[in-house]
Design a protein around this ligand. Structure first.
Ligand code: GLP
Length: 244
């Protein structure tokens, strides 16, 4: 779906999320959301906060699982995805924050495997992700699944490419400060979500959107592996759609 700008696209994505939350509320069920960070979903979270404040949208039945977190990182570091989520969304809505899950960037190295399998288990125990929100890196990464990540990958410790570290270095004092590692849900984890919305704004994403949608499904472009899922919507603006 192509929108004139990020604001319109975000309003559409927010309306899909709100409809799902309300549908689940009407059945007295929990709504399990998979959430993303980065600059892309900021306008989505702003719209959800607006719907909470102005339209009474409640998040009391919502459980969240974030895609990824830098490693190592303290939760209150300026660049941590824990801090990002609290600032952009969790502290501004009525969600029970004990239902908000993010991989823990302070996990001791020897406990990472166990932490990752426990994260997968928590998603399964919650009944699986109903709706997964994704952004996309200019190299096609989703979460922190860099090119080469297989369709079977699960939550794990992964190495960031230099291009991703460079793209994200604006959040840090300089590139040497950007962590070299991250904990991320796998492509296999993401593909288990019942519904997926990937968002992308601006001209820098146009080439990778074209490759993901119209190219072969290949591990070289992780987002192209979403072609193997039967309920994925790319919500993009006109500039990100320029090469389709
Ligand atoms: C980051 C995140 C991804 C995000 C992507 C795009 O590294 N780990 O989940 O989708 O890169 O970031 P942005 O939205 O800032 O372009």
């Amino acid at each position: 779906k192509i929108f004139t700008d990020a604001k319109e696209g975000s309003a559409y994505a927010a309306s899909q999320i709100a409809a799902l939350i309300r549908e689940k509320q009407s059945k007295n069920e929990k709504c399990v959301l998979g959430l993303a960070t980065g600059s892309t979903p900021k306008s989505l979270y702003a719209e959800l906060v607006r719907m909470h404040k102005e339209e009474g949208l409640s998040f009391k039945n919502v459980i969240t699982f974030n895609l990824d977190e830098y490693y190592p990182i303290e939760p209150d570091a300026i660049q941590s995805y824990h801090r990002f989520m609290k600032q952009q969304l969790f502290d501004k809505i009525d969600i029970d924050q004990s239902n908000c899950h993010i991989p823990d960037g302070t996990t001791a190295k020897e406990n990472i495997k166990q932490h990752c399998s426990a994260y997968e288990q928590k998603i399964a125990d919650a009944g699986g992700v109903d709706l997964q929100v994704l952004g996309i890196g200019v190299n096609g990464h989703i979460g922190f699944n860099e090119p080469g990540s297989s369709v079977y990958t699960k939550t794990r410790l992964t190495t960031l490419t230099n291009s991703t570290r460079l793209a994200n270095s604006y959040e840090f004092a300089n590139i040497s400060e950007v962590p070299r590692l991250a904990i991320t849900m796998g492509i296999g984890t993401i593909l288990k979500a019942k519904k997926i919305i990937l968002m992308a704004w601006g001209p820098t994403k146009a080439p990778v959107i074209q490759q993901s949608v119209e190219g072969d499904d290949t591990e070289h472009v992780p987002a192209s592996l979403l072609q193997n899922h039967d309920d994925v919507t790319f919500v993009i603006d006109e500039m990100a759609a320029a090469e389709l």
